[in-house]
Design a protein around this ligand. Structure first.
Ligand code: GUN
Length: 295
């Protein structure tokens, strides 16, 4: 079998064009606003922030960048967040992670007003996901995975999803999202992780396999049930053997072998990645509508 390649870039573009139309149709000169906060000079974070600002500009979301050196300080950052919480032009606040050493990420995330937490990282939003309350922001990467899964599989009722990885960013929220009794979920979910003696024992039972362990090439063909849908969340930067001295993104799935067994598979790059920023835009539009009483 040769798997369908799930074109995350195309699906992301389709969603972005719907969002652009929605923003265009807003009354008056109202525009959703996103504050993007970058502390320090991590090269990958700088790239992500540039991509987020461009994605905002492309669809008519106003972005406001706050970039400071690593010596900015936690107290100054908490003051900035407090100001942004009060700023009416800002509907969403994103503090790019990881923060430099010396910053308490938990404290910083909890300082963001839950109604502006478009990353979906605040414990109030996480708690709402667990209880199945839709009045919250879903974290962007698992939200993107859920949309891809729904588009490819259709009826998710009773499908067995196996998630490899238990991070707060992907594994835990996605598991909670996919067990809810809704049209976007209703799955049977297994989460396995590094404590499993044999990960394949679990992954071979998956109708839908989500690899989010951050371990390049972890999932090989023998670990996948024939016909399964495979979603690769891995984005580890490794040395590029084709261009010495440069890096490339590597997924958690051995694409060459697994694409011979799966019915559909996301590539890296071009699968989950483009969906993450798209769901950030979607959350920012949702925040704008919530703050302005638009249904
Ligand atoms: N760093 C890597 N991914 C993310 C993300 O989704 N949000 C934030 N704020 N930082 C990140």
């Amino acid at each position: 079998m040769s798997a369908e390649i799930i074109d995350g870039k195309k699906i992301a573009e389709d969603i972005r064009s719907v969002l652009a139309k929605e923003i265009n149709s807003l009354d008056g000169d109202g525009r959703p606003g996103l504050a993007v906060v970058l502390i320090g000079s991590d090269p990958a974070s700088e790239v992500y922030v540039r991509m987020k600002k461009k994605a905002c500009a492309d669809i008519g979301v106003e972005s406001y960048e706050y970039s400071y050196g690593a010596d900015y300080g936690e107290d100054a950052l908490l003051d900035l967040i407090s100001d942004l919480n009060e700023d009416p032009k800002v509907n969403g606040i994103l503090v790019q992670l990881p923060l430099p050493a010396g910053y308490d990420e938990k404290k910083v995330i909890e300082a963001i007003a839950p109604e502006k937490d478009v990353d979906g990282f605040h414990p109030q939003n996480v708690g709402r996901i667990v209880i199945g309350d839709t009045d919250c922001f879903l974290p962007c990467t698992p939200y993107g995975c859920q949309i891809l899964i729904k588009r490819v599989v259709g009826d998710l009722k009773g499908k067995h999803v196996v998630i490899v990885g238990r991070s707060n960013l992907v594994g835990k929220p996605l598991a909670n999202m996919l067990i809810q009794k809704s049209d976007m979920a209703n799955c049977i979910v297994t989460v396995c992780h590094s404590a499993a003696a044999d990960i394949g024992l679990y992954t071979r039972q998956a109708d839908i396999l989500v690899a989010a362990a951050g371990s390049p090439g972890l999932i090989t063909a023998d670990m996948v049930k024939p016909g399964a849908v495979v979603i690769d969340v891995g984005t580890t930067r490794i040395e590029n053997p084709d261009k010495p001295g440069t890096k490339r993104l590597a997924g958690d799935v051995d694409f060459e072998s697994v694409s011979q067994v799966a019915s559909a598979i996301t590539p890296v790059p071009g699968g989950v990645g483009p969906m993450t920023i798209t769901m950030l835009l979607s959350n920012t539009v949702k925040a704008y509508k919530m703050h302005n009483g638009i249904a």
